[in-house]
Design a protein around this ligand. Structure first.
Ligand code: NAD
Ligand code: ZN
Length: 252
């Protein structure tokens, strides 16, 4: 690990970890833009992940999300998720902001991640917007209904929808207050999430990017760590002597 980064980490108080689909790639969950392997290469997103798609064919959208959710449940948090949880314990004021909907950060022990794009593990009413609790253990084959009669949908943010306002506000505040902002496995192209590293940088944070490929953020970053999150994050935690960061016991 570069000495400049270790110094920054040791001095930092308000650290933001900002993750995208790349952090879950090593858990076997395809990323968004990887044309060859990405989930979306096989499906047109607007046919599955939009209010229009749900209105047109609720059952198809429900089935697809049920399948995605079971794939996420079958996956396990990888060393990057565990290392982030361990690093967070170092800084009580750190904040984890994720664009992922897979729930793997929580399963690795991260407390209260700000899930900007919602989660696959909860439901909401498509008609009245009410929170409809956890996705049921044994989901009915057909789309369940809310007390108001509306159909239930996954509590994720679809194309064309606004981000949850309170979560976005907390993410903006944390980014503006950060002295160190670590962006991990995101192509940083989905707005407004992609603006957070820019806000942090503008307010004086040191910006670190972890990505095996150059991404739009690379040009702005103070330091780019080119490598897989599952290797870079544990190495980073190890360089701070955080002990056991890959604890499979925390993944259940
Ligand atoms: P993206 O697919 O646009 O970008 C992924 C980035 O991760 C790329 O820059 C890629 O080079 C990098 N990457 C690939 N493997 C990596 C690794 N092992 N370690 C570190 N980086 C790696 O993803 P995004 O920026 O998160 O935007 C996609 C949108 O799709 C988000 O809104 C997200 O909600 C959604 N999405 C979520 C999941 C999930 O929950 N796991 C999966 C797919 C898409
Ligand atoms: Zn309702």
């Amino acid at each position: 690990m570069p000495a400049a980064l270790i110094d920054r980490l040791r001095q930092a108080r308000r650290v933001v970890f900002f993750t995208g689909a790349g952090v879950s790639a090593e858990s076997g969950i395809p990323t968004f833009r990887e044309a060859q392997t990405g989930l979306w290469a096989r499906f047109r997103p607007e046919e599955l992940a939009s209010p229009e798609a749900f209105r047109e064919s609720p059952q198809r959208v429900w089935d697809w999300y049920a399948w995605r959710r079971s794939a996420c449940l079958a996956a396990r948090p990888n060393p990057a998720h565990h290392a982030i949880a361990a690093l967070q314990r170092q800084w009580p004021d750190s904040v984890l902001i994720t664009q992922n909907v897979d729930g793997l950060h929580r399963r690795a022990g991260s407390v209260e991640p700000l899930e900007l794009h919602g989660t696959l593990h909860r439901l909401a009413c498509f008609a009245c917007g009410r929170d409809a609790g956890d996705w049921p253990e044994n989901p009915p084959p057909s789309v369940p209904r809310c007390a108001c009669g509306g159909q239930l949908r996954p509590a994720v943010v679809w194309f064309g929808e606004a981000l949850p306002a309170a979560t976005l506000r907390r993410a903006v505040e944390a980014s503006e207050a950060a002295d160190l902002f670590v962006s991990i496995g995101t192509s940083a192209q989905v707005y407004p999430a992609a603006e957070l590293p820019l806000l942090a940088r503008r307010q004086g944070a040191w910006l670190v990017e972890v990505n095996p490929q150059p991404a739009p953020l690379s040009a702005l970053a103070d330091l780019c760590l080119h490598g897989a999150a599952g290797e870079v994050l544990p190495a980073l935690a190890a360089s701070l002597d955080l002990g056991c960061v890959d604890s499979p016991g925390a993944s259940l």
